[in-house]
Design a protein around this ligand. Structure first.
Ligand SMILES: Nc1ncnc2c1ncn2[C@@H]1O[C@H](COP(=O)(O)OP(=O)(O)OP(=O)(O)O)[C@@H](O)[C@H]1O
Length: 589
């Protein structure tokens, strides 16, 4: 699909939305109003759950905070609903930020369980705070007015609701294609990957959490002024589960999925309410829940990815544009060749009684390739993890570019200029080659939430895309920048990881067993790339088990065995060292 065709589809969709009140019955418009309101929550959950990977059952509580805030402002204190909107957003986002700060360091299901805990307790509060109407709720909530024009009819508020939905879609779509959005889309690749790019996983989680709460707040505000009455029931965790169902049924990885999911659940609910009493006289209330549970189980078994991702496979995709030349991103000040860049002094790491790295010292000088080799279990990976911050040293010092890094987080070490690759490749398989490499530019760019959502960072984004394209071409994969990374063979995936690391313009490139699992011709291609980088004086620390692969590539070698440094020297000296030959099971190397 060309960009012009895509624009036409979007214009037709907006015109259809605008024409709906003239064509549909008031009841259908009421249903569409609820679809819009719930879409906002579901789209927030797409971001939070589908994209960032945090399963939240607690969104209904955020909707409730906003709904009660605006009801308190407008129904109890007689102020404008717009003032209610301000309080709703401030209060909801503040509560979300506090809850996020307290819980987002929890991992996996513990985090999800915590959302049930606070969802329950906030839901319980609404009925028990004096002055908020108790379990009977609050009525007489006024309609939203624009000037003196009150949006009291369904079709009037319809336009406001859908204007919000369309604006949210546009802003979130922009965000997901920006620097921060790419970091969010990487969160499901695991904390180690994200932090290795210089991204703080915690802050990205918190940002997504507050954005989802913000969208729930918008929804709660609209809900209160549409229904003009609120009570605690719709804000209990049971409703939170329904929002999660909307996001999952629509397709939790697609923003449109949030809208489609909300529509499917609301129309289905309506149909079930219409037809179930006819089929099951008397017991329809209880059966409704059973019917929904059955549909959801069927869905989980048959179409887990959701409706929109499933259908989009059959639809023509928009043609992406190749990056055009743009001014370069800022470069780091590289140290002078020969200067000591990394100094490891007496690094030690124990696992219980086992000393995996035992007082190891060595240094890497700018412009050289140093090989760190050793047989299985020698402690190379542990040493690698100490350098990149994935593990902390028990004792010893690691100084990088004049700065102690042994206590720094992975993200801070990445920002200091160490870029790494992984022994078990960590790419985002459903992202394009270009987007994967773009992730590497995170530490060299600045755009945040607002500039990403409003596309204020076009210049920087153009420069980052041009840089990513340059790195793709540098590794020989520039022909198909929009191929999905997961489609590449392992050898090319490793090259892609190197391109991503190079896009950070690192002071030091650290490669973790890059030749592991590669075929002969893939190894050759990798060796050629590393030889080219060597000619360009890129400083590289190569941690590798395969000694033959290392020999022709590196300037110096450090050999580890049983956690200690066995010896150090140039490749020829190492090849002839009897201790090294013995360590490698007596084989001649
Ligand atoms: N998280 C851990 N907990 C306990 N022991 C560990 C841990 N990580 C590594 N070890 C142990 O530390 C020693 C060094 O392991 P390490 O993975 O660093 O060696 P390696 O040289 O990278 O080996 P390989 O080439 O097989 O990857 C091994 O005995 C290993 O079992």
């Amino acid at each position: 699909m060309t960009r012009a065709q895509l624009a036409t589809v979007k214009i037709v969709a907006v015109l259809a939305l605008a024409a709906a009140p003239f064509l549909l019955s008031p009841f259908s418009i009421t249903l569409l109003n609820y679809v819009g309101i719930y879409s906002l929550v579901a789209v927030g959950l797409v971001l939070l759950t589908g994209i960032v990977g945090i399963i939240s059952f607690g969104q209904a509580a955020f909707i409730g905070i906003a709904a009660y805030a605006t009801a308190w402002v407008s129904a109890i204190n007689g102020q404008s609903p717009w003032l209610g909107l301000v309080l709703a957003i401030v209060l909801t986002c503040t509560v979300a930020a506090v809850l996020g700060l307290a819980t987002l360091r929890l991992q996996g299901h513990f985090l999800s369980l915590s959302t049930i805990a606070w969802g329950l307790s906030i839901g319980f509060l609404f009925g028990n705070i004096d002055g908020l109407g108790g379990f009977n709720g609050l009525s007489n909530i006024p309609p939203i007015s624009i000037g003196s024009y009150a949006l009291s009819e369904g079709w009037q508020i319809y336009y406001l609701i859908w204007a919000f939905v369309v604006a949210v879609l546009i802003l979130l779509n922009n965000l997901l294609n920006s620097r921060l959005g790419r970091a969010m889309r990487t969160m499901r690749g695991g904390k180690t990957l994200v932090e290795s790019l210089g991204v703080s996983a915690y802050w990205v989680n918190l940002t997504a959490f507050v954005i989802a709460a913000f969208l729930a707040a918008l929804s709660g505000w609209l809900y209160a002024h549409l229904s003009r009455f609120i009570s605690p029931t719709p804000f209990e965790p049971l409703a939170g589960i329904e929002y999660l169902m909307m996001a999952m049924i629509g397709g939790a990885t697609s923003l449109l999925g949030g809208i489609v999911g909300a529509a499917v659940i609301i129309f289905l609910k309506n149909a079930v309410q219409d037809y179930l009493p006819v089929i099951a006289k008397g017991a329809s209330g209880q059966l409704e829940i059973v019917v929904f549970a059955s549909i959801f189980i069927l869905f989980l078994q048959r179409a887990r990815q959701g409706i929109v991702p499933f259908l989009s496979r059959f639809l023509p995709q928009p043609q992406p544009k190749r990056p055009e030349p743009a001014p370069p991103l800022p470069l780091r000040n590289q140290p002078a060749p020969g200067e000591v860049l990394l100094q490891v002094e007496g690094a030690e790491r124990r696992f219980g009684g086992l000393i995996a790295v035992n007082k190891v010292s060595f240094e890497v000088r700018a412009g050289e390739i140093l090989g760190l080799i050793g047989p299985n279990g020698a402690g190379k990976s542990t040493m690698f993890n100490l350098l990149t911050g994935a593990l902390a040293c028990n004792s010893g010092k690691i100084v990088f570019a004049g700065r102690s890094i042994e206590r720094l987080s992975q993200a801070k070490i990445a920002r200091a200029g160490i870029a790494r690759t992984f022994q078990h490749v960590k790419l985002r398989p459903r992202m394009t080659l270009l987007d994967n490499v773009l992730l590497g530019t995170y530490t060299r760019t600045k755009a945040g939430l607002i500039s990403g959502a409003l596309r204020l960072e076009r210049q920087e984004e153009a420069s980052a895309r041009a840089e990513a394209m340059r790195q793709l071409e540098r590794i020989g994969l520039g022909d198909h920048p929009f191929e999905l990374a997961g489609n590449l063979p392992l050898g090319n995936q490793r090259l892609l990881e190197i391109a991503r690391a190079l896009a950070a313009d690192p002071l030091l490139l650290v490669l973790d067993e890059p030749a592991a699992g590669l075929r002969r011709n893939e190894k050759q291609k990798l060796a050629e790339l590393l030889a080219n980088l060597r000619r360009e004086h890129v400083t590289i620390l190569l941690v590798e088990h395969d000694m033959e692969f290392v020999m022709n590539l590196v300037d110096r070698i450090v050999v580890m065995d049983f956690g200690t440094k066995l010896c150090e020297g140039d490749p020829a000296a190492i090849r002839n060292d009897a201790r090294v030959q013995e360590a490698y099971l007596g084989s001649t190397v």
